[in-house]
Write a protein that binds this ligand. Structure first.
Ligand SMILES: *[C@@H]1O[C@H](CO)[C@@H](O)[C@H](O)[C@H]1NC(C)=O
Ligand SMILES: *[C@@H]1O[C@H](CO)[C@@H](O)[C@H](O)[C@H]1NC(C)=O
Length: 545
């Protein structure tokens, strides 16, 4: 950083913190006016603050525009954030529609501690397959109890409203990622007024949130928005993140909604803008083959280089290889049976027949596997796709039929393809092409109740350590057992301290409990911190265990 810019930045932070009157902790003054938050015994909250113009009407399917309105009255920041309009997998009813199209807000949670004038900041991008989820999915009681940092939850457009793309300039896609980026700019600019330290911002997320964090970091100027990042069980190389075939799905969406066979993207976009948001999002069910499979029919895409305001114009692998990405310390993580999120629903009954989806899978493997495992649009021919389907089935379950008995072998297949192998690949590329520390952990400590139990509708099964079993210890989740075991309480505390310390660390050092993560950059072997019920241990691997 050159000196002039450094001084400029310094004075910018100094001025922006000076500009904030913090005499009444509930009232915060922003450039657009005053807002009033809420006092929640041990923390303050300032919720549903708009960072973008409503992405409705003519702004639907466009890059977000910064919020422009001025408040003449004090803005009421006591209303809980509304989720972006979505077709929610976790609504058990047939009608899974929830949320609102006008949803682009951030919510700020600040611990009470009169002996501190400022806090580091953890910015949080929720998960939900780029299709669903919202701020309320991640409880903040545990982190506010610890009182170590300000938490900012970001909402962003989801599903077709966030990601429909024809792969050209007219409907480039990635609106949800552009939203997140605008929210990060908002946080950098305004968080000092809430007592946050703009120079100590850590960006984190789980699952699609983790993948989002990684994608944000792949922008070359990311270091101006945050100083470090963690992607929990989700990164940009996972097969469900940057997908092909979006153009076909965008036109299919138009067809479903009565736009006919639109002649071109501009005509399609015009027609889609004339529909109600509810119609567009309800059409998601037409893209599901069964249950909520594939779980991410609309997701990030590679945009053409000439798309206005393009967010991602190269495959993430090529971005990493080019070395042109945000140079900040980054951690990527997985849990030993992440794929339970996807496999567990196969244990459910198949439409009241007494058979399970698992039984059904025996006859439909070639049809379903490409959707379940996200290679439907990445294989060149049907033959190549079928051969691959047969080969992975053979590799993981041999000649056996799928049944409850070998369910765990199938779950391992899901873990590898949907999460783990791409995590190893990401770590591998970053250790070769990165300059800043790259860390990784593997977590193995099953929750008594988690996402797999919920999706399988079975509370007596043991699945191993499933997607979210670690993250939900930091942020409470509906599927989590509200009462943590003593080992989980300790782990929860360690995770929260890990975030707080990482956000302030000048050298980008990452710690969990008594363990200090080892950097992977330039390392021959993978350095993984192994975390389980008994504690933590640094281990080295040629391949992920
Ligand atoms: C308040 O902050 C101080 C200084 O960081 C810390 O020592 C203390 O434990 C905090 N108090 C609470 C209640 O979190
Ligand atoms: C995943 O990685 C493991 C070990 O690195 C490998 O043995 C396995 O074949 C991979 N699975 C797939 C489906 O590529």
């Amino acid at each position: 950083m050159n000196c002039v810019r450094f001084i400029f930045l310094l004075s910018y932070f100094w001025l922006s913190s000076l500009a904030c009157d913090q005499s009444d902790p509930l009232v915060v003054e922003l450039p657009q006016g005053k807002l009033r938050g809420r006092d929640n015994v041990n923390y303050y909250s300032y919720e549903s603050i708009p960072y973008a113009e409503p992405p409705t009407g003519d702004l639907r399917f466009e890059a977000p525009e910064p919020y422009k309105q001025k408040w003449s009255d004090t803005f009421d920041a006591t209303k809980p954030p509304v989720a972006c309009l979505q077709w929610d997998q976790f609504i058990v009813l047939d009608n899974k529609l929830t949320g609102k199209e006008d949803c682009l807000t951030v919510s700020v949670y600040k611990p009470k501690n009169s002996s501190r004038s400022s806090f580091p900041v953890v910015a949080h991008i929720h998960g939900g397959a780029f299709m669903f989820g919202g701020a309320d999915q991640n409880g903040h009681d545990d982190v506010m109890q610890e009182g170590k940092f300000i938490l900012v939850k970001i909402s962003y457009r989801l599903g077709p409203l966030g990601f429909a793309s024809t792969g050209d300039r007219d409907l480039p896609g990635n609106y949800g990622l552009k939203d997140q980026r605008l929210a990060l700019q908002w946080i950098k600019k305004n968080i000092a007024c809430f007592g946050g330290e703009p120079e100590n911002i850590l960006l984190i997320g789980h699952s699609a949130g983790g993948a989002s964090v990684h994608l944000q970091m792949l922008r070359e100027d990311f270091g101006q928005l945050a100083k470090a990042a963690i992607s929990f069980s989700g990164n940009a190389l996972d097969p469900w993140v940057v997908q092909q075939g979006s153009r076909g799905r965008a036109f299919e969406l138009g067809r479903i909604l009565g736009c006919g066979m639109a002649a071109d993207s501009a005509t399609l976009k015009k027609c889609l803008k004339s529909k109600t948001a509810n119609e567009i999002v309800t059409a998601v069910r037409n893209f599901l083959v069964f249950s909520y499979v594939p779980f991410a029919p609309f997701s990030p895409v590679v945009e053409p280089a000439d798309a206005p305001g393009a967010f991602l114009t190269q495959d993430p692998r090529d971005v990493i290889k080019s070395g042109k990405f945000g140079q900040v310390p980054w951690a990527v993580t997985y849990v030993t049976e992440d794929g339970g999120y996807n496999a567990a629903l196969l244990l459910r009954e198949w439409h009241g027949t007494g058979r399970t989806f698992l039984d059904e899978l025996n006859d439909r493997w070639l049809d379903w596997a490409p959707y379940l495992l996200f290679y439907r649009d990445s294989k060149k021919t049907i033959k190549e796709m079928d051969d691959y389907s047969r080969a992975i089935r053979q590799e993981y379950v041999g000649n056996e039929r799928f049944s409850r008995k070998n369910y765990l072998a199938l779950q391992r297949l899901f873990t590898d393809i949907v999460f783990k192998n791409s995590t190893q690949e990401a770590l591998d590329l970053h250790r070769k092409h990165g300059k800043n520390p790259v860390y990784a952990y593997a977590y193995d400590n099953p929750a008594d109740r988690g996402i797999a139990h919920f999706l399988a509708m079975s509370f007596d099964s043991t699945f191993g350590t499933i997607h979210g079993d670690d993250y939900f210890l930091i942020f409470g989740n509906l599927v989590r057992n509200p009462l943590l075991r003593s080992d989980e309480k300790r782990i929860s505390k360690n995770f929260i301290n890990m975030l707080a310390d990482f956000a302030v660390s000048k050298q980008g050092i990452l710690k969990f409990g008594d363990c200090t993560f080892e950097d992977n950059v330039g390392s021959e072997k993978f350095n993984l911190l192994f975390i389980n019920r008994d504690g933590c241990e640094n281990k080295q691997y040629v391949q992920f265990p």
